[in-house]
Design a protein around this ligand. Structure first.
Ligand code: T4K
Length: 373
């Protein structure tokens, strides 16, 4: 097999036809309204509320600042926020940057999402909120988490960065918990170049989000919160409107890629895909594959290196665990979350995007299968 040139990266952003974007850019130019809630922004907010079946959605310049604003708008006393460490560093950084202490709960072995059976033992008198992550687009056991949170009068803020468009028994993930944060970064299955959103049933909370993302300003010009600047601009919103138009088609294509991977690689001892929770409509955000080195005969790093030799760049999302990041050295004990720790050592996320050619998937699978000893 020839080395891939250009290389195949773990993901590639979806883009609409450039002429359609040009048209919207022309509208922005003639309006001279570039940011601060212009026409494209208003259209996108309304369209996403409908898409995610949520009564209130607020747009942000990126997912990380959306998460920080969402935490701030909960108006919590200082204390602890329970989360999981098998995630992008943003989740933990947002908690810490907002002045809270992250407390790590382990993940379920099947889905790698917060293990609700271990949640209550992490709750202390200092717990202020729960921040579970729909990692790789797998929704958490939201019914169980929401039930426990209710019993302890705790808000639940879902990090749904990976879960745009995912539903559970026909119900949008955004309808669970107090609020959900979505990332619309270029590498996500739905993008606004950079971008993010918070969805919530609570209209008063949504009003606070408006303040936190815009220096604390409200329509009456009173400055009520010590907010920053996390507004989405018009060029981002225009990209979001167009990508939304093509979203279902893109997900369908991703589904075909995922199916091809499964067809090619299923039945290989020591290599496993994540199961899909009952009732879930997937968005195929990532393609995580686990390698058990004892049975497969090669470990995750060896498979990753083999792919690299052919110009194929899979990623080790999420290694290290956020609790192991250098900036948190000595603060957390990763041994307390053994399932997360093992996952971070055995998972490789293979290339996944709508335009990935099925023949390239076949080549990737051939290399992966060829690592088996
Ligand atoms: N919570 C969770 C659970 C998250 O996963 C994230 C973000 C957040 C919160 C925060 O949301 P944002 O503030 O980002 O909206 C990437 C993304 O930058 C990040 O958005 C994402 N999670 C994370 C999982 O992945 P890196 O450091 O892996 O990105 P990078 O630049 O290495 O790109 C990945 C691959 O994509 C590369 O092979 C290159 C390719 N690529 C990338 C970009 C930006 C392209 O082909 N085109 C592009 O425009 O973090």
């Amino acid at each position: 097999m020839q080395k891939k040139n250009p290389p195949i990266l773990v993901t590639r952003p979806s883009l609409p036809p450039v002429e359609e974007y040009e048209q919207l850019v022309r509208e922005i130019f003639s309006s001279r309204f570039l940011t601060n809630g212009g026409a494209q922004h208003q259209r996108l907010e309304a369209a996403l509320q409908e898409k995610l079946k949520t009564p209130n959605l607020r747009l942000f310049t990126n997912g990380h600042l959306a998460l920080e604003c969402a935490i701030s708008a909960l108006n919590l006393e200082p204390g602890e926020i329970i989360t999981t460490p098998l995630t992008f560093i943003s989740t933990t950084h947002a908690i810490v940057r907002c002045g809270f202490t992250p407390v790590f709960c382990d993940v379920e072995p099947d889905f790698f999402t917060l293990d609700a059976t271990k949640l209550e033992e992490r709750i202390t008198p200092r717990t202020r909120a729960i921040l579970p992550v729909h990692v790789y687009g797998n929704p958490c056991d939201m019914a169980a988490i929401d039930r426990i949170a209710k019993r302890h009068h705790l808000p639940v803020l879902y990090d749904a960065a990976h879960a745009f468009g995912v539903t559970l028994h026909g119900r949008a993930v955004a309808s669970f918990g107090t609020a959900s944060m979505f990332s619309f970064h270029a590498t996500k299955c739905y993008n606004t170049i950079e971008g993010g959103a918070v969805a919530t049933k609570d209209a008063a909370y949504a009003e606070l989000l408006n303040g936190y993302k815009n220096f604390g300003f409200h329509p009456d010009e009173e400055i009520r919160e010590i907010g920053g600047n996390a507004k989405m601009n018009e060029f981002q919103a225009a990209m979001g409107l167009l990508n939304l138009k093509y979203f279902d088609r893109e997900i369908e294509k991703r589904g075909k890629v995922a199916t091809r991977y499964r067809e090619n690689l299923s039945g290989i001892a020591g290599l496993s895909f994540r199961p899909v929770r009952d009732g879930v409509t997937q968005n195929y955000a990532y393609l995580p594959v686990s390698f058990d080195p004892q049975v497969f005969g090669a470990d995750r790093d060896q498979v990753s290196d083999a792919l690299k030799q052919y110009g194929i760049f899979a990623r080790k999302y999420f290694n290290p665990l956020t609790s192991e990041a250098a900036c948190y050295a000595g603060r957390f004990d990763p041994a307390e979350t053994p399932v997360s720790r093992e996952a971070s050592q055995i998972v490789l996320t293979l290339p996944m995007y709508a335009d990935l050619a099925l023949t390239d998937v076949d080549d990737i699978c051939e290399i992966v299968a060829g690592c088996k000893k």
